[in-house]
Design a protein around this ligand. Structure first.
Ligand SMILES: Cc1cc2nc3c(=O)[nH]c(=O)nc-3n(C[C@H](O)[C@H](O)[C@H](O)COP(=O)(O)O)c2cc1C
Length: 549
C-alpha cells in the first residue's frame, strides 16, 4: 500500500498538525503489513502559483508549462493509494502555499465539461486518470479552542475535490498545545487516540468511540484561552497597534509561566477557602502569587497577599518538572525545591493543576477498575484474634469461615498479595490450633507472623504493605512511582511491623501472667494510637521533606 503525505504547514516537520499525522501513520503501520510512505513538505518544495494559461489542457495536455516540483507531486498523487493532506487552518481554509499546490493539479483534469455523479456544485471536469479506489485523509489543527464550526471552508473544498463523504477527516482545535512539552500529558493522550484512529481507519473505518474521543477538547475552553493569552507574554493593554505595538513590554518568562500555571487551575477543586500560592523563582529573584479562588485564579505581581504555600525553586527546575523530565516529588527529595507553609496544596497538586485531559463520562468510566481495601486483609486476623481468645474451638471455626468468605469481596475490590497471604496464614493458625496447639502459644505467634509480613514488604524493591492500600487516595497505581509516597509508606509499614513484634512479646508475657485479660485491651489500644500517629505522619513527613529537612 502506498501512502502520500502532503504536509502543508510552513513549519514542515515542526508542525503541530504533523504530530497528528505521524501518529495516524503509526496506527496504520501497526495494522497494515507492507506500507510505502512518501512525505512531501510543501515548504521545502518549489511550487509556483498557477499561471491560468490552460496550456496543460490544450498545448501540452496533462503537462504544466511551469518547470518545478509539481510534476513530481502529480506522479506521487498517481502513485498513492491513500493521500493524507496535513495542514494548519489558515483564515478558515488551507494555507496559501498548499492552495497553490491544489490549484496546480489542473493537468490531472480533462478540459471538457462533465458533471460527476453525486458531485457538489454545478459543472465539473473529469479526471484525466483513473483515480477510482484512491482514498483521501484530511488532518488539520487550528488555533481556536475547538475545530467545530471552523472547517466549513476546508470541507467545502474537499467536498468538491473528492465528493462529500469520500474522504476522512481529523480536525483538532487548540493545535498550539502540541508544541508545549509541559502539556505532553494532554497532547500525548490525544495523539494516542489519533494513532488508534489510524489503526481503525486501515481496518475498515474510524470507530464512533474514537471519533467521539477525537472531538473532545484538549483543555476546557476557559483554561485553554487563559493559557493561550498568557503565552504571548504581553498584557492586553500593551498589545496596542502601530507605534504602541512596537513599544509593547514583553513580560518576564517566569511571569508568563506563572500565568500559564494559574490558567491550568481547576476551580472545581476549590477547597472552600481561597488559597494563595507563592511561586518564588530563586534563580531570577522573582516572586508571584496565584490566588486560587472559587471563580478561578488570579496572578498578583506585587506580593500584596499573605501566602499560604510558598514554593522556592529555580525556574529551570519548574520547567523540567512541567516538561516531565523529572518527577515533582523526586525533585523535592533531591532538595531541588522547597515548600514553606501549608503543605496540603502539594498533596493535592494534581487535583488543582492536573494537566490531563478533562474526562468525559465515557473516558472516566474505566470498566473493571477496582480499589484495594485494607479491611479485606485485616478481617481474618481481627476475627481470629478476638474470636479465638474467647473460645478456641468456635473462634477458629469462625476465623476459617471468615477466610473463606472474604474472597467474595474481591467482586468489588482489587485483591493484594497481602489479602491472600493473610487469609492463608490465619487458616493455617486455626488448623494448627484445632489440632491441639495452645492458644497461649499460637496467638503471640500469629502477632509475630503478622508483624513479619509487614516488615518483609519493606525489604529490597518490594512495595511496602501500606502503599498497596493508601495508593487509592493518591491517584491509584501511579502513586507507586512516587518516591516520596513510597518512602513515607516504607517508614510507616516498618513502624507497624515493629509494633506487632512488640505486641507478640507483650501477649506472650501477659497471657502467662495473672492479668492475661489485659492482653486484649493493650492489643487494641496500641494499634489505635498507631493509627492516630499514621494519620499525622502521612502529612507531616512529606511536608518536612519539602521544607528541605
Ligand atoms: C496566518 C495564520 C492564520 C490562521 N488562521 C486560523 C484560523 O482561521 N482559525 C484557527 O482556528 N486558527 C488559525 N491559525 C492558527 C493555526 O491554525 C494553528 O496555530 C495550527 O495549530 C498551526 O499548525 P501547524 O503547526 O501544523 O502549522 C492561523 C495561524 C496563522 C499563522
Amino acid at each position: 500500500m502506498n501512502i502520500l503525505v502532503i504536509n502543508g504547514s510552513p513549519k514542515g516537520e515542526k508542525s503541530n498538525t504533523y504530530q497528528l499525522t505521524s501518529a495516524f501513520l503509526r496506527g496504520i503501520k501497526q495494522k497494515a503489513g507492507d506500507v510505502q510512505i512518501r512525505e512531501r513538505a510543501v515548504c521545502r518544495m518549489d511550487i509556483k502559483p498557477c499561471l491560468g494559461c490552460f496550456s496543460c489542457w490544450n498545448r501540452t495536455p496533462g503537462k504544466c508549462c511551469i518547470e518545478d516540483d509539481m510534476a513530481q507531486v502529480i506522479q506521487d498523487l498517481l502513485w498513492a493509494d491513500i493521500t493524507v493532506w496535513s495542514f494548519p487552518l489558515y483564515y478558515f481554509t488551507v494555507p496559501g502555499a498548499l492552495k497553490n499546490l491544489i490549484d496546480r493539479q489542473l493537468p490531472m483534469n480533462l478540459p471538457f465539461m462533465e458533471e460527476q455523479e453525486g458531485q457538489v456544485g454545478n459543472g465539473g471536469h473529469p479526471s484525466r486518470y483513473d483515480m477510482s479506489g484512491k482514498r483521501t485523509v484530511v488532518i488539520s489543527t487550528c488555533g481556536f479552542y475547538t475545530a467545530e464550526g471552523n472547517y466549513d471552508g476546508v470541507c467545502s473544498l474537499f467536498d468538491h475535490h473528492c465528493g462529500p463523504g469520500n474522504y476522512t477527516t481529523i480536525f483538532c482545535g487548540q493545535g498550539e498545545l502540541f508544541r508545549v512539552p509541559e502539556l505532553s500529558a494532554v497532547t500525548g493522550d490525544y495523539l494516542s487516540c489519533v494513532e488508534q484512529a489510524g489503526a481503525e481507519y486501515i481496518d475498515g473505518g474510524i470507530s464512533e468511540k474514537s471519533r467521539e474521543r477525537l472531538s473532545e477538547l484538549l483543555l476546557p475552553r476557559d483554561t485553554f484561552e487563559a493559557c493561550a493569552d498568557a503565552s504571548w507574554g504581553i498584557e492586553r493593554e500593551d498589545a496596542g497597534t502601530g507605534e504602541n505595538a512596537a513599544g509593547a513590554k514583553k513580560e518576564s518568562n517566569t511571569l508568563t509561566f506563572t500565568r500559564q500555571m494559574a490558567a491550568l487551575y481547576r476551580k472545581g477543586s476549590w477547597p472552600g477557602k481561597d488559597i494563595v500560592l507563592e511561586m518564588c523563582y530563586t534563580d531570577v529573584g522573582e516572586c508571584y502569587q496565584i490566588l486560587l479562588g472559587e471563580d478561578g485564579s488570579h496572578v498578583y505581581t506585587d506580593g500584596s497577599l499573605t501566602a499560604d504555600t510558598r514554593i522556592e525553586t529555580p525556574i529551570t527546575v519548574w520547567r523540567s518538572i512541567a516538561a516531565g523530565e523529572i518527577r515533582g516529588e523526586e525533585a523535592m527529595m533531591q532538595g531541588l525545591y522547597h515548600v514553606r507553609g501549608d503543605f496540603s496544596l502539594m498533596l493535592k497538586w494534581d487535583d488543582y493543576f492536573g494537566s490531563s485531559r478533562p474526562q468525559t463520562k465515557q473516558t472516566r468510566e474505566i470498566p473493571g477498575q477496582k480499589n484495594t481495601d485494607m479491611n479485606i486483609m485485616l478481617i481474618p486476623w481481627i476475627v481470629f484474634w478476638v474470636a479465638s481468645s474467647i473460645s478456641k474451638q468456635s473462634g477458629c471455626l469462625l476465623s476459617v469461615a471468615a477466610c473463606a468468605l472474604v474472597p467474595l469481596l474481591y467482586y468489588r475490590h482489587k485483591k493484594t498479595v497481602y489479602d491472600v497471604l493473610g487469609g492463608a496464614l490465619v487458616t493455617g493458625f486455626c488448623i494448627v490450633m484445632l489440632a491441639g496447639a495452645f492458644e497461649k502459644l499460637m496467638l503471640p505467634f500469629s502477632y509475630l507472623a503478622f508483624g513479619v509480613m509487614w516488615l518483609v514488604s519493606c525489604v529490597g524493591g518490594l512495595t511496602p504493605l501500606t502503599a498497596h492500600y493508601s495508593m487509592n487516595s493518591y491517584g491509584g497505581e501511579k502513586a507507586l512511582q512516587n518516591a516520596l509516597f513510597i518512602k513515607t509508606n516504607r517508614i510507616l509499614t516498618m513502624l507497624w511491623g515493629m509494633l506487632y513484634l512488640i505486641t507478640a512479646g507483650i501477649s506472650w508475657f501477659l497471657m502467662r501472667s495473672p492479668v492475661s485479660q489485659l492482653s486484649g485491651l493493650i492489643n487494641s489500644v496500641l494499634p489505635a494510637l498507631m493509627g492516630i500517629f499514621t494519620a499525622w505522619f502521612q502529612r507531616w513527613y512529606p511536608a518536612r521533606v519539602a521544607r528541605g529537612k
